[in-house]
Ligand binder design. Sequence first.
Ligand code: PMP
Length: 433
Amino acid sequence: DAPKPATRDLLDKRQAHFAAPQKHYYSTPPEMERGWREHMFDVEGRAYLDMVNNVSILGHGHPRLAEAAGEQWLKLNTNSRFHYAAVADFSERLASLAPEGLDTVFLVNSGSEANDLALRLAWAHTGARNVLCLLEAYHGWSVASDAVSTSIADNPQALTTRPAWVHPVAAPNTYRGAFRGPDTAGDYLLDVLDNLGDIEARGEGLAGFIAEPVYGNAGGIALPDGYLAAVYAQVRARGGVCIADEVQVGYGRLGHHFWGFEQQGVVPDIITVAKGMGSGHPLGAVITTRAIADSLEKEGYFFSSTGGSPVSSVVGMTVLDIMADEELQRNAREVGDHLKSRLAALIDRHSLIGAVHGMGLYLGVEFVRDRETLEPATHETAAICARLLDLGVIMQPTGDHLNVLKIKPPLCLSMESADFFVDTLETVLSEGL
Ligand code: PMP
């Protein structure tokens, strides 16, 4: 049976006062009530396997996290202008996770804030304004992070409304981009060089380059081999700084790596992180060098009322403790590898699947109508997601054509849940669309 949709009253109430640009999943969504590990439950008690929640990395309703947060709430919550151990401990802990030299931390509350601040740091440090970003990217909703967001699925006007300081370069999409396969870094570099040449020709400087080190928004696609090394070298040669947006792909999700940039064999100048680091509590961070961080002093001091609060710092440290104790990065690797190989096995049986992208528990199943032309199967993907909901699986599309299943569940996903997902997907594909 299809799930019972939320009552019309509740949807009407939401639409009456909750601003319309804040979309909701599904045309007739179930009303969600609680969560446990990789499952959510609606008010009817119906269970759903949550395969998209990359924020709750520990899983829903983690009692140890709730207890640690609750205890700290009862003890003290204030702001980081006061002196307390947790903010120093958490900053030290984050710095210890980053490569050598990236030892200085700003604590904020979201990925948008982290990317906004990273761009301000690039501007302050270089004295220049121009920033290179990728096409088909999403970096946040705040003014600067939105400016470098080029995904037309999120904003159909994105490509005609970017400010003059934003220079989008060709999407290095190794599956459906202008150049295909892992050995295309040199081809994609040409567009980067063109853009850098335009900036130079205008007699202007370069502030930096921002990209997800694994192409999360396009469905977890690996960048061409050596792409970031080549782009970072060009950007640094012109005085710019390199920002790695690890909001989606970093923090252990890839299983084989803690950070996405490790997969490309590079070290950025600025790392931005959010989402999973708070496992649902609003947390974000910028990790950079002392020299880049200190550049912001030219613009006065930096203060976030709740960034790095005692509660946020304790939540952040508890998330890392639980990840270590429950070996969640290892689980992401083992369950992710199993899930990817089972999904890849569907390719032979279902012509709609063009490719399976990604690594660990950031995977993408890309649907195409034709494996030669790669015509995106956008409507089919929407229908598959709707049918998966009927069968108890939460899944959403991503990418500029909304034809890629965005697989990024809590990192505690069990082997049984991974198998349930693949079996259910196979049922849906076999039903015909
Ligand atoms: N960067 C990336 C790659 C993201 O996917 C997102 C959120 N989807 C953000 C930044 C913005 O994060 P937030 O929603 O926490 O502001």
